[in-house]
Write a protein that binds this ligand. Structure first.
Ligand code: PSV
Ligand code: MN
Length: 426
């Protein structure tokens, strides 16, 4: 299914009057307070967040997965789902592939198909956390960290294969996430595991094309784990430094212990020019992969506040690779992704409203009360009229979820794909 612009523009008529009234009121108020609304709108229009190929079907827990009807059963279907999200929001202009879950049979054809929907290819993701059929050795005891050099070679070669696939599609970065670690004390020699990982990542890094970046994810634990090799941002940063200038840390919001001050991690990495990628999701307990902004919207806003500050002041830091990394266990995955895209843009817009000049002054005056007022004044602004205006200007839907339902998208997908199609790779 493809949504063409004319249908979206026509749907927008329904909301146009009420939107114009709300937007006019907010824009006038913001301009009076010194905000350049046109700049905010431009930044909202420019932000593009990649959708991972694994998020388009229903996710699952350790105990099971409940398929959603009309799931995309091929890479092409997945790309066309991202095309729907992009047509409705003009904010989801890229897909991030997980290999081997989504190997394109004909890279050229896939690239052309994606381009016809305005979709590009963001970071490619390697997978050394699962054994593949007919593999000669196993990742059971780790991949890039494995004490057995032949297993490490296999994992390194897999990453090189992923780079080759990415090159054919126009990707410019590789993301590594390792489920390497130990399940019990004494199982690993920590130093050896880290050293092996560093050496393996260096080999991968050196094989990347000169215009590619390497993103290294970290994560403190997996269920049934005692230790993970790349447990935190410091370890990731250390490994990125050991690789070279084009290696960066990737922050995934769910990969922190409860109450970690993620905004401070963002600030630290950006100060060092080493924040490369960002995976959005939300969580209550751990890596819950919930809809962005569904649990801690204020924390998301504070993180965006640091991102905005960093993008303006830390020019050494590259432009970031944004991606949603959530799982959709009970909601329609596409509706859930629309909610995540909305939450990302809400926090982004709120952070753009922070009066940075006044904040610096109040910080210098050590006026703690006013510092909080400045932040919360922005956070408590209902910025949704700005998002709607940005979408209207780029021919996206004023109300993406309402439009998705009005167009009966899920039923159309079920008609096309059948109720029992299962997302490939899951
Ligand atoms: C791991 O939890 C992760 O965040 C990594 O980004 C993976 O690539 C992705 O989820 C899918 O398993
Ligand atoms: Mn992730």
């Amino acid at each position: 299914m493809k949504l063409n612009v004319e249908r979206i523009v026509e749907q927008n008529q329904k909301w146009l009057d009420s939107h114009k009234a709300a937007y006019g009121f907010l824009a006038e108020k913001l301009e009076k307070n010194g905000t350049d609304v046109q700049i905010v709108l431009k930044k909202l229009e420019e932000l593009q967040v990649a959708i991972p190929s694994w998020a388009l079907g229903a996710g699952g827990t350790r105990f099971g997965r409940f398929s959603y009807h009309g799931e995309p059963a091929s890479l092409k279907d997945k790309i066309s789902d991202v095309g729907l999200l992009h047509a409705l929001t003009q904010t989801a202009g890229a897909i991030s592939l997980h290999i081997p879950w989504d190997i394109p049979e004909d890279a050229h054809e896939i690239q052309e198909f994606a381009a016809s929907l305005g979709i590009g290819f963001d970071a490619v993701n390697s997978n050394t956390f699962q054994d593949q059929p007919k593999m000669k050795k196993s990742y059971r005891f780790g991949s890039l960290c494995n004490p057995d050099p032949s297993v490490r070679d296999l994992a390194i070669q897999h990453n090189l294969d992923v780079i080759d696939i990415g090159k054919k599609l126009g990707s410019k970065s590789l993301t590594t996430w390792l489920a390497d670690g130990s399940n019990f004390p004494g199982q690993h020699n920590f130093q050896e595991a880290l050293k092996n990982t560093e050496n393996s990542l260096q080999l991968i890094y050196r094989s990347m094309p000169d215009d590619w970046k390497l993103f290294i994810e970290y994560k403190p634990y997996e269920p049934n784990f005692y230790s993970t090799v790349i447990q935190d941002w410091g370890t990731s940063l250390m490994l990125a430094n050991a690789c070279g200038n084009r290696a960066y840390t990737l922050v995934d919001l769910g990969h922190h212990l409860p109450n970690t001050n993620i905004e401070q991690i963002v600030a630290t990495l950006m100060m060092k020019g080493k924040l490369g990628g960002f995976h959005f999701n939300d969580s209550k307990y751990g890596d819950d992969d919930l809809t962005v902004g569904s649990i801690k919207p204020y924390a998301l806003f504070l993180i965006w506040n640091e991102l905005i500050y960093g993008m303006e002041h830390n020019t050494d830091n590259p432009s970031l690779a944004w991606m949603i990394d959530a799982s959709h266990n009970i909601k329609d995955p596409l509706e859930d992704l629309l909610q995540s895209l909305e939450a990302i843009q809400i926090a982004h817009a709120q952070a753009l409203l922070v009066d940075q000049k006044v904040l610096r002054e109040t910080q210098n005056q050590q006026d703690v009360v006013l510092c909080q007022e400045v932040l919360q004044d922005a956070y408590r602004t209902d910025v949704r009229p700005l998002l709607r205006e940005a979408r209207l200007r780029s021919n996206a839907a004023i109300e993406p979820i309402a439009a998705y339902r009005a167009f009966n998208v899920r039923n159309e997908l079920v008609k096309e794909r059948g109720s029992h199609s299962v997302a490939s790779g899951l």
